[in-house]
Write a protein of this length. Sequence first.
Length: 784
Amino acid sequence: MFTQLASQFNLSSLNKAQNEASTHKLGPAVVYAGAGSGKTKVICSRISWLITAEGVPASSILAVTFTNKAANEMKERIESYIGAHKAKHVIISTFHSFCAKFLRIYCHEAGYNPGFSIYDDGEQKSLLKDILKQLNVPDKLLSVSTVKSKIDKIKNRGLTPEEYLDEIKNNQDLTNKEIKNQFRNYGEQYDPELIQKVYEMYQRSLKQQNAMDFNDLLLIMYRLLKDVPKVLESLQNRFSYFLIDEFQDTNPIQFKLIQILSQKSRNLFIVGDDDQSIYSWRGAEPDFILNFHHLYKDAKIYKLEENYRSTNTIIGAATSLIKNNSKRANKTLYTNKKSDEKVKFKSLEEPFSEARYIANEIFSAVQNNHSFSDFCILYRTNAQSRSLEDELRRRMMPYIIYGSVRFYERAEIKILLGYLKLIINPNDDASFQKVINTPRRSFGDKALQKLKETSQKRNESLLKTLNEIVFGVIENEVSRSISGAKEFMISYQKWKSNIDLFNKPSLTLAEIISDINFEQFLKASYPEDFDERWLNVIELKNALVEFESFQKEEFELESTNQVNINGTSILTKFLDQAMLTVEPTVNNVQDGKSSAITLMTIHAAKGLEFSKVFITGLEEGILPHQNSLDSIDDIEEERRLLYVAITRAKDTLTITNSKRNRYKDFLPAQESRFISEISSEYISYENSYKNSVRKEFGVLNNKNNIFQDKPRIFKGDDLLNTKEVNINHTECSWQKGQRVNHKVFGIGVIKEIEKTGEGYRLKIKFEKNNVGEKTLIHTYVNPI
């Protein structure tokens, strides 16, 4: 609750820049509000000033922000400034809530009745599934999730089905690459006419069912304002002052909405920070705030540059970094919060060392009377939380995952754990039901129910009963088509056999991922966040590799007591550990009396602040992200992302990285370019990165190092690579038809050779029947 009493509201608590912005008179204005500079205070002060000093009716003011939480906080603050009786008629809302409110009044103009439904994600997908079925579109060509993602992006641009197709057709003279770049918001690999047809049928079906999806709220509202003069006139007569928070996050349809609503009064007051524009993947365009003064020639420009959150060294680090962006408004943050403690940069050997270092630092601070809740650990991708979670759990240090779920509870991880658990325990019916039709094998709910009935009669596990059916031991009364189930059983038997043959569960996991085409399954099921989920998969493989290494001595000790040490026992112990992570590790926090460390992605941290912050994974390919490395605009957004992370810290900031590529653990990782962009005046280096590459890589002081190229996120069969490294073959001495030897897969013949940044990728046909063809980096094989 805010401490200022309603009766005491005045502008005396504002600094000069805040005061000038809050008391802006008429016409358009843009407020560039730096991190921690009091932008919410300015918006709320302006609304309060308009009502109390200018006599503006509260009901004529519309303030729009991006979350319900932010809207509620604004309402509370304004009430604390001027009293609830004066503030209650101001509309403070999200874009979607505002549109839903007035569509209930005007929807009949668009052919809907006021009782229209708002479909959630599941209902939208169900409708799209029916449409794709009507069009006989196979899931492999266009999945429900993919088409939904594409339609959402088209709607965010404010386009109808017809307008979308026209826009594509008007650019037929462009090359395919240029089209992909121009329409990148629609996603990769699409058939415009098919998307348009599905979109058209989808909208027709929604209307028949008197329903709208989330994006329709904005699109249909905009269409009414644009095409029905009396609706526009009504709302323009009602609202004469418009205030938009977080304007750097607006997408095209949101910008169009606010433009048309405010075009009569022109009292459009926008607040935002282009340096914190980090949601381009949602359709946000920082150009809207950067070009505002070009669209509105008479717009007044205000700058909030005093930061009230962070120390001078933290602000100095953030400012020196973000000045490397060419596409930004000219502003410089400053603070009166002085500190001699610089931002600390620490380079560790590998990700688990990073996690261990951070845990040590936090533990030491807590021993010196700090609270766990003082600390926040930020990372670029959700997959990075795994090593941190493992280490914090091992030390029994309380933590929470903000805005996401714990690593081993993520959907794609639970599926793969289900496969691994079934290998260890064939009687695990719960795991069997989780994986038998994931990915799809034409073994649906009816077939599963019949299988359950048969297994109950025979008093057997589901897996054993299915095995007997597909191999003709008992009569098939389960399903007419069991080809998919038979393929599953054949693969299962291979995996179970190979777990002890390889003696490395990580290789069995890689086999499963490859055999079930898990990468394609994730692409089709989760097009919007496939990259994140795929990194989680790679991180699970990394966890197994680490576990195999860490447990070696322990297992050797146990073997003196006649313990059978093999792949099965290693995997069993790993699964025990993984399952224990599902148990709450912050149960002492649930009563609200104790504290916990906060773990979150940088995207989730926007708008938050913490006393002590750690930012992990400052490596090329992580931050900046691999997908951004070929685009100047994307690199600038990655730089903004780090800027956001840095400015979350109030008192101390530590940045870490790993010298080993966490997604290809035998390669040296390259330090993020952003580290060198932070002025040495504000950052201290705990050790030298360049001269401490591990000797095991054999690349120390090698000017012709083949690993100097930018790192890649590896996919598919790359996961099958083992940890042993041999880098004697930097020259292309490889030839098609050459015989080679692999420590696990045995003897094989090279079929194809591809030059890459990390050396040579070799497609090899191995002689072992259960191995087949594999694609490996050349360092994993030796010539015969």
